[in-house]
Write a protein that binds this ligand. Structure first.
Ligand SMILES: Cc1cc2nc3c(=O)[nH]c(=O)nc-3n(C[C@H](O)[C@H](O)[C@H](O)COP(=O)(O)OP(=O)(O)OC[C@H]3O[C@@H](n4cnc5c(N)ncnc54)[C@H](O)[C@@H]3O)c2cc1C
Length: 608
């Protein structure tokens, strides 16, 4: 009995210490990002001399411990006789990545490469120099370290298109293999048979329920949107509580879930803060033999006996391929890079388009102090367990079968956080001032996303230096259809405001008063198209820069087994291989790609 009392006392003390520790760590993470300046290039990795040191030999080298790369390294190292090296430019996860609510701060830290698009003509006019912020994760876990953690799978339509393209079936079984799902919100509608419960990647429901989210759910139901699980085979229109990648409220990035639990495998070697300069491909045999990378500003060569898998993501994988001589001769010749293989690398950059929509309401919230928020967080509840996102509704603008747009509600995002917004989105001064002036005191936000866009952009080298960032011309909103579709979303929001659900909280669409749009009648369609050109954002779901396909003459960079066309021992495994946009957030499908590439390498898929 006495022992039990003592143990309970120890538990309380430990819990109190843990709460205090998290309060300190979170405060520090917020303070650090206040003063952080994003990198503008990768010269921090430049070696001090050209001398190349030998790093050894491995069966497989995986470049990038990001969302897909972590899966590949984990799966390949399941075979004890195969030596696997995982190279990653960034660092291990930490508090700023572990606490989902700090996603904004994480995107303003060392965990973001800090890319920006080239100046845009049709979009991002309200951002400094007309350049869109183009966040990409850097670190063990990649973009899954800074994402909003929304777990979302492709539609049946995407599945059929990918199956037709590759000649083998893409199924939701591949999602289920990675998934470890736990229902943590009784209000969520879940089709249990569509979910996996034994995979490494944790999925839980959002649990930050509040009256604004309830109103959103009710408003959608009144408008005919069924309440249903959006992650089934069909992924149809409807409204549901979000499924998020988290474990007991903490972010479930892919390094933490796929690699950390198997770090004790003696055949798995992980080298962080290791920046890959290029893959060395033998010009005659066209075989990828080794990788050059820098670590602590020393240049290393590491040999691969079997294969090299490039998992640098949609921006860096094409950059690495181009620096290695795989790309269009016109570009490579400009920088005196010997051409190994002529392929359309970087020419098919595609992305969803996002818009933050502001809504006013009449609800007064009781604030939560940090201590309470941390206590709730450690109990897998409350605002810190999600990046402000809570419920989602998928819509179909074409009245076809599958959704092509969505609204994610951010019910708790505080009323303008000018400095954070300005930093995150790169707002120009005048646009920011207009935005603040037009925002009422009580607001919530929607993240509106177009899931099927027409615009095509590119990623290409800026110079022959691996330490210069590549040029990203995302070219969003260059096609009129995309602008028109965004306007459909505004009309959907207007319809929601007419429902009893939204009237309950007096939810109204806030049309920002922008000086740049004063040439059009306020709140008219033309006015909104101008708002989209000012504030439309890349959806951060970029794909397609190393597209999958059978025919390189039609632009394919990798074949259906993810092998680079015309080059031996070289594959790409990340979101860059998806040749077209899927009608979903992208992380889960990047993981599916990682699973499939690993299966191909291990010869589990023999039916081709
Ligand atoms: C802010 C943000 C929010 C998002 N929110 C969501 C969401 O809620 N749900 C969702 O499904 N998707 C979301 N996404 C998209 C999703 O995160 C990405 O599509 C996905 O994670 C990309 O995975 P990947 O494997 O292609 O690349 P990444 O995960 O980006 O991995 C690439 C890795 O390669 C490393 N690397 C690159 N170059 C080199 C080099 N030269 N040497 C060594 N290492 C290198 C990088 O550091 C990185 O770790 C979001 C993305 C962002 C940026």
């Amino acid at each position: 009995m006495i022992l039990l009392v003592i143990l309970a006392g120890v538990h309380c003390q430990n819990h109190k210490d843990l709460v205090e520790e998290y309060e300190d760590r979170i405060s520090k993470a917020i303070k650090d990002t206040d003063t952080y300046t994003l990198d503008t290039d990768a010269y921090r990795y430049k070696p001090k001399s050209n001398e190349i040191k030998y790093f050894g030999e491995f069966d497989y080298i995986v470049i990038g411990a990001g969302t897909a790369g972590s899966v590949v390294a984990s799966r390949l190292s399941e075979t004890p006789s195969k030596r696997v090296l995982l190279l990653e430019a960034g660092k291990a996860p930490s508090t700023v990545t572990e606490v989902p609510q700090l996603a904004g701060q994480a995107a303003f830290s060392d965990y973001n490469w800090g890319f920006y698009s080239t100046p845009q003509k049709q979009a991002c006019q309200g951002y400094k120099d007309n350049r869109c912020a183009f966040a990409r994760g850097r670190g063990a876990g990649g973009s899954s370290l800074i994402s909003y953690s929304v777990y979302s799978r492709f539609s049946f339509y995407d599945m059929q298109r990918l199956s037709n393209l590759t000649g083998y079936e893409w199924t939701i079984d591949c999602y289920k293999k990675s998934e470890n799902f736990t229902q943590t919100n009784a209000d969520a509608i879940i089709e249990q048979s569509a979910h996996g419960t034994t995979g490494p990647w944790h999925v839980e429901n959002a649990q930050t329920n509040n009256v604004r989210s309830d109103a959103f759910r009710d408003a959608n139901e009144e408008c005919g949107q069924p309440l249903r699980d959006y992650n089934t085979v069909f992924h149809e229109v409807g409204v549901d509580n979000l499924q998020l990648n988290k474990k007991h409220g903490k972010r479930a990035d892919t390094f933490t879930d796929f690699v950390m639990p198997v770090m004790d495998r003696s055949n798995l070697n992980v080298s962080l803060e290791s920046y890959v300069v290029r893959v060395e491909i033998d010009a005659e045999s066209k075989s990828a033999d080794s990788v050059l990378f820098t670590k602590n500003n020393v240049l290393y060569r590491v040999k691969a006996t079997k294969e090299i898998i490039v998992s640098g993501g949609t921006v860096n994988s094409p950059q690495i391929l181009q620096l290695s001589g795989v790309g269009r001769p016109a570009l490579l010749n400009k920088f005196n890079i010997s051409v190994v293989q002529d392929l359309a690398v970087g020419e098919n950059l595609r992305d969803h388009v996002a818009l933050v929509i502001t809504m006013s309401h009449n609800v007064t919230d009781e604030g939560v102090d940090l201590k309470t928020a941390v206590e709730e967080f450690l109990d897998n509840k409350g605002v810190l367990t999600a990046a402000s996102v809570d419920w989602v509704a998928f819509y179909d603008s074409t009245r076809g079968e599958y959704p092509d747009m969505e609204l994610v509600i951010m019910p708790n995002l505080p009323t303008p956080v000018p400095e954070m917004d300005a930093k995150l989105f790169n707002f120009a001064k005048e646009a920011m001032a207009d935005m603040i002036a037009s925002t009422p005191p009580k607001v919530f936000r929607f993240l509106a996303i177009l899931l099927d866009t027409e615009s095509v952009g590119s990623v290409s080298l800026q110079s022959d230096s691996p330490f210069d960032y590549p040029l990203i011309n995302n070219n969003i909103l260059s096609e009129t259809e995309d602008l028109e579709k965004l306007y459909t979303l505004i009309n959907i929001v207007r319809n929601l405001t007419r429902t009893e659900g939204f009237k309950r909280i007096d939810a109204k669409l806030v049309t920002p008063k922008l000086s740049a749009c004063k040439g059009s009648e306020f709140d008219s369609k033309d006015y909104w198209l101008c708002v989209f050109r000012q504030f439309g954002l890349p959806g951060y779901h970029c794909v397609g820069s190393c597209p999958l396909g059978k025919d390189p003459k039609k632009g394919a960079v990798v074949d259906p087994q993810f092998k680079v066309h015309g080059v031996e021992k070289l594959r790409v495994a990340d979101c860059s291989v998806l040749p077209f946009l899927i009608r979903a957030h992208t992380a889960a499908t990047c993981i599916m790609v990682g699973e499939m590439v690993s299966d191909f390498i291990k010869n589990y898929i023999l039916f081709l």
